[in-house]
Design a protein around this ligand. Structure first.
Ligand code: UDP
Length: 471
């Protein structure tokens, strides 16, 4: 007979594949190692799943289910409202529907905990009504969590821009950042985005625990600091990473074209180029990137999206194969790079691409999940941050753990074709490649160690599970 569930966990992911994907990995651990059952209650802007959400949710094990909440209304918001603001509002405007969904689950299950991601603490008021634990899963890194934990104190104590202060006062575990590298909304205190982040950061005191998707070998100082020193008023931190898809068996017949193409490339020869689930480039930048890849003479697999002036314009869409026309690429580019390059629209089976033997490098927008996926596969990177905390991540990779090349950005925020070509060649063939590969191998081993039986991250999740079981 099936074993009785240890209790039911509700997970509320805010919009963004970078939130949903690692939360699914967390849910699998809770189900497989700790006998919980899980429901994802998913607030939306449109009321129905995107194609990519469907794709990701289709492969859930039976103990994990999901429901979509009705769409929250956004007609009153001005054009150009920041992503972080919309994400927060989706949660606050969906609370009544969320409450009803919780009530429906509570009729058949013993609820033990609500887990939200970094922008979901608004839902904790509902957790209190149902008397269940309140946990945050922080899907970015320990350094940023450190910044979140100290923002309130900073805000109380100073009147200058945070960065003027951060240059002098070291945030534990963080390597020094320049203002333009800080989490985008924090670069200027007055803006709505910055106030929003501060609001969320303050609310972290209402969580009973925070899980962070990192591990010690990757962010030693920040991880140790968060784990060992309790900040005043802040909940305990559990370092549970890397939670990423590590095994992706795909039946031969279902293998996507790009994987079949990769099968035919020499080992470690392909540079994978992708800007995450939401990133887009301007038309001019796409041209420079294309011509740079061509000049580099390297093999590449590129997830290409239609150009847009706003770097995050794909964030709420992520439809799938809608952009199958590449008429915006430089003339003759596809013919000239045929055989050596493979372009695909919108979305790639990234975990499988990075795990593939043919892949030797990753030009990435530095989303935290992409970085973790690269690390668990030992693939060195080229950094190309676009928005959110991606510039901080780029600094960590290039200067902190030194597993990435960081191309120069011009004053008008462009990376020109020569710089692209030099980075691609340097990463795939240069001397530095060997050293980065070597460091990456060490990180990969440490990653597997952390999530193995008895590893630090496995133990941290077990501690959380024990708390939920014994409350
Ligand atoms: N992803 C994917 N195919 C794509 C783009 C993204 O599978 O074409 C996945 C990727 O593997 C990662 C997530 O979507 O798990 C993106 O998260 P990340 O934190 O890297 O960036 P974000 O999309 O949140 O900016």
């Amino acid at each position: 007979p099936a074993q009785e569930s240890a209790g039911h966990v509700v997970i509320l992911p805010t919009p963004g594949m970078g939130h949903l994907i690692p939360l699914i990995e967390l849910a699998k651990k809770l189900v497989h190692s700790h006998r919980f059952t899980v429901t994802f209650i998913i607030p939306t802007k449109r009321g129905s799943p995107t194609k990519v959400q469907e794709l990701v949710l289709a492969s859930l094990p039976p103990s994990i289910s999901y429901v979509f909440l009705p769409p929250a209304s956004f007609e009153d918001l001005p054009e150009g409202t920041r992503i972080e603001t919309i994400i927060s509002l989706i949660v606050s405007r969906s609370l009544q529907a969320f409450r009803e969904a919780m009530a429906a689950i509570a009729r058949n299950h013993r609820l033990v905990s609500l887990v939200v991601d970094l922008f979901g603490t608004e839902a904790f008021q509902v957790a209190r009504e149902f008397n269940v634990s309140r946990y945050i899963f922080f899907s970015s890194n320990a350094s940023l969590l450190s910044v979140f934990f100290q923002m309130s104190a900073l805000d109380r104590g100073v009147s200058c821009e945070y960065m003027d202060l951060l240059k002098k006062v070291k945030i534990p575990g963080c390597i020094p950042f320049l203002n333009e590298e800080l989490l985008a909304p924090l670069q200027s205190r007055g803006n709505e985005g910055c106030r929003g982040i501060l609001y969320h950061a303050k609310r972290y005191t209402s969580a009973e625990g925070v899980m962070v998707n990192s591990f010690e070998a990757l962010e030693g100082e920040a991880v140790r600091d968060l784990r060992e020193k309790r900040r005043e008023g802040m909940p305990p931190v559990y370092v549970v990473g890397p939670l990423v898809k590590m095994d992706q068996p795909a039946a031969a017949a279902e293998r996507e074209e790009c994987l079949k193409w990769l099968d035919k490339q020499p080992r470690g020869s392909v540079l994978y180029v992708s800007f995450g689930s939401g990133g887009t480039l301007s038309s001019e930048q796409i041209t420079e990137l294309a011509l740079g890849l061509e000049m580099s003479e390297q093999r590449f697999l590129w997830v290409v999206r239609r150009p847009s002036e706003k770097a995050e314009s794909f964030y709420f869409k992520v439809h799938g194969q809608d952009d199958a026309f590449f008429d915006f690429l430089p003339e003759g580019f596809l013919e000239r790079t045929k055989g050596r390059g493979f372009v695909l629209p919108s979305w790639a089976p990234q975990a499988q691409v990075l795990a593939h033997e043919g892949t030797g490098g990753f030009l990435t927008h530095c989303g935290w999940n992409s970085i973790l996926e690269s690390v668990v596969n030992g693939v060195p990177m080229i950094t190309w941050p676009l928005y959110a905390e991606q510039s901080m991540n780029a600094v960590l990779l290039a200067e902190g753990i030194q597993v990435a090349l960081r191309p120069k950005v011009t004053e008008d925020r462009m990376i020109d074709r020569k710089e692209v070509a030099a980075a691609a060649k340097g990463l795939m063939e240069g001397e530095e490649w060997k050293n980065m590969r070597h460091r990456m191998r060490g990180l990969k081993e440490a990653a597997y160690e952390a999530v193995s039986e008895g590893g630090a991250s496995t133990t941290a999740i077990a501690e959380v599970a024990l708390k939920w079981n014994t409350q």
